[in-house]
Design a protein around this ligand. Structure first.
Ligand SMILES: Cc1cc2nc3c(=O)[nH]c(=O)nc-3n(C[C@H](O)[C@H](O)[C@H](O)COP(=O)(O)OP(=O)(O)OC[C@H]3O[C@@H](n4cnc5c(N)ncnc54)[C@H](O)[C@@H]3O)c2cc1C
Length: 339
């Protein structure tokens, strides 16, 4: 990749639906460009969605509005096995298909199509930079725990509630009894464990894909945007888009229509701010202890011991909360970078 053409862009979508996106709405921008490019053709879009019971799996959408449900990072392994056959059927029936998922899901789809000799010239693949996906059974157990505490069914949960800020992983939960919570200590223990890398599937620590993406486009949060492009207004989230081949010029043109910002990076400095773009997540030393204790002693035990569900954890959470709210963290980062 030459320095004059990095094929990597900072992207901010101007569509109102990007309030459901994790960062700059890159995924929705690509969906809208995809439908615009093939407006007189049959099109389908695949992505990860919450089901009625808040389990997570891949689904199929036929319109832009239907695809909005794929927005938002679900920090859970998305069950997508059945979708490979659906994609195959769509391609054989002359559909243009946009498939999105983790790098391993895109690679699995590609290998499945190749083994069946399904032509893929109408297929566009988008993968996310992936830190690792947590085990689905732990998420469902945590969901039941929240429901027991609240004595009400959990109706909505967001792992990245953007109105609470796109950087600090604020969470949101709404229950059937009408009560909703934004980033309280109680509803955020799952994300606390996720951020300690304890919830991942073991296989994620041997991920083969960082730096070897098999998709057409990789999307990510643009970590380090303040340092790479200091003039950009980052308040509502910024995504990174990396194009892996040169035959998407028309798509890029369409993307510019939906963007508040689409600016090529001047070099590849962005890579150093986004760990999982080029490196896999390291297995924590206490990972095996965590899963043994979860199996033997249960969810509430591991929440207390590993998820800081204790007085010290609560105090730390409150201090962090204040630091983020007052913007002291960004200021400290800027000062440290200049020093
Ligand atoms: C488990 C996970 C780990 C991630 N780790 C990183 C990271 O380390 N660094 C980084 O920069 N970005 C990471 N991301 C991606 C990031 O959060 C954004 O999704 C991405 O920046 C695109 O921005 P957006 O505004 O378009 O987001 P969104 O609109 O939120 O992106 C939606 C896209 O994410 C896909 N998606 C959501 N949840 C899942 C899931 N469980 N499995 C498969 N696909 C899913 C949807 O299918 C859709 O394509 C991760 C996302 C997930 C789900």
């Amino acid at each position: 990749m030459s320095k004059s053409n990095t094929n990597a862009f900072a992207y901010i979508n101007k569509d109102e639906f990007t309030r459901f996106s994790s960062s700059g709405g890159a995924f929705l921008g690509i969906v809208s460009a995809f439908f615009a490019l093939h407006k007189n053709e049959k099109c389908s879009v695949y992505g990860s969605q919450f089901n009625e019971d808040l389990s997570v799996s891949h689904g199929r959408a036929l319109t832009f509005k239907e695809a909005v449900r794929f927005c938002g990072s679900k920090y859970v392994r998305s069950d997508c096995g059945k979708m490979y056959t659906e994609v195959q059927r769509d391609l054989n029936n002359g559909f243009y298909v946009l498939f999105s998922g983790t790098p391993c899901q895109v690679a699995a789809l590609r290998s499945c199509l190749a083994s069946k000799e399904v032509p893929d010239d109408r297929l566009l693949t988008v993968d996310i930079v992936c830190h690792g996906t947590p085990k689905a059974e732990f998420w469902l157990d945590y969901k039941h725990y929240l429901e027991k505490r609240e004595n009400s069914k959990l109706k909505t949960y967001s792992f990245r509630y953007k109105p609470g800020g796109w950087k600090g992983y604020p969470v949101y939960a709404k229950f059937e009894n009408g009560k909703s919570y934004v980033n309280t200590f109680g509803i955020s223990r799952y994300i606390a464990l996720f951020r300690k890398d304890l919830l991942m599937n073991n296989g994620c620590f041997n991920c083969q894909f960082p730096g070897k993406y098999q998709s057409d486009i990789t999307i990510a949060d643009f970590w380090g945007i303040e340092l790479c492009m200091p003039d950009v207004d980052t308040k509502h989230g910024v995504s990174l888009m990396v194009f892996h081949n040169d035959n998407n010029e028309k798509l890029k043109e369409q993307l510019r229509h939906s963007s508040k910002l689409m600016r090529e990076t001047k070099d590849e400095t962005y890579i150093k701010y986004n760990h999982n773009l080029s490196k896999k997540t390291k297995k924590p030393e206490n990972y095996d202890d965590f899963w043994r204790d979860y199996k033997d002693k249960g969810l509430e035990y591991v929440l207390k011991v590993y998820g800081d569900d204790n007085l010290k954890g609560r105090v730390k959470f409150s201090i962090n909360h204040v630091i983020r709210k007052t913007g002291m963290l960004s200021l400290a980062k800027k000062i440290m970078h200049k020093a």
